[in-house]
Ligand binder design. Structure first.
Ligand code: ITT
Length: 190
């Protein structure tokens, strides 16, 4: 089955291709030479819908988007929808440093990743799938796998950060993995 994934993020594309296996051919926006879709929504749900709807309207093909945010409790759920551009530069290094700075001296380091996948089928009907993983922000970066905030996020019940886990293991428990399995069950059940 062919699917368009409305993302520019090569790491997300890699994770999703890895989790879906070779029954699915997934094209990213880079493969389609698409320009970046402005995320003008106020919530993760809205931004997820904006990306998927834009691509469905243009291509009239089955497509999906993933909008993800890291929500830190004590920071009123920031960075949330600003996760990719928290420090302004768009650089992961700067985002992580700003977050660690904002949490200096903070005992409550509870955080969660939330992913919303919005899927449009070939008839233009859409479905929404949510994945959440709870954890905490550690004091300094650990690990080199994954991307984004993975080196400072330790899921509850684990000793390692997402960046210390092989991708297979991250996919088993991650926000994206959870949302993706719900999405897959929906695809298969049709
Ligand atoms: P697209 O909108 O093109 O899909 P993006 O990188 O702009 O790509 P988001 O707005 O959904 O995507 O993501 C916000 C940021 O959250 C992202 O740039 C990463 O820094 C971070 N992020 C998303 N998923 C993550 C994950 O699994 N692990 C760690 N950080 C993640």
């Amino acid at each position: 089955m062919e699917l368009i994934f409305a993302t520019y993020n090569p790491h997300k594309l890699y994770e999703i291709r890895n989790a879906l296996g070779n029954k699915y051919t997934v094209q990213g926006l880079g493969d389609l030479n698409e320009k970046e879709i402005p995320e003008t929504g106020n919530t993760i749900e809205e931004n997820s819908l904006i990306k998927a709807e834009y691509i469905f309207k243009k291509y009239q093909k089955a497509c999906f988007s993933d909008d993800t945010g890291l929500e830190v409790s004590i920071l009123n759920n920031e960075p949330g929808i600003f996760s990719a551009r928290y420090a302004g530069s768009g650089k992961t290094e700067d985002n992580i440093n700003l977050l660690l700075k904002n949490l200096i001296g903070q005992k409550n380091r509870k955080a969660r990743f939330k992913t919303i996948i919005t899927f449009f089928n070939e008839n233009g009907k859409h479905f929404v799938f949510e994945g959440i993983v709870h954890g905490k922000i550690i004091l300094e970066k650990k690990g080199t796998e994954g991307f984004g905030y993975d080196p400072i996020f330790k899921p509850n019940g684990y000793r390692e950060t997402f960046a210390q886990m092989p991708l297979d293991e991250k996919n088993k428990i991650s926000h994206r993995g959870i949302a993706l399995r719900k999405f897959l069950n929906n695809l298969v059940s049709k």
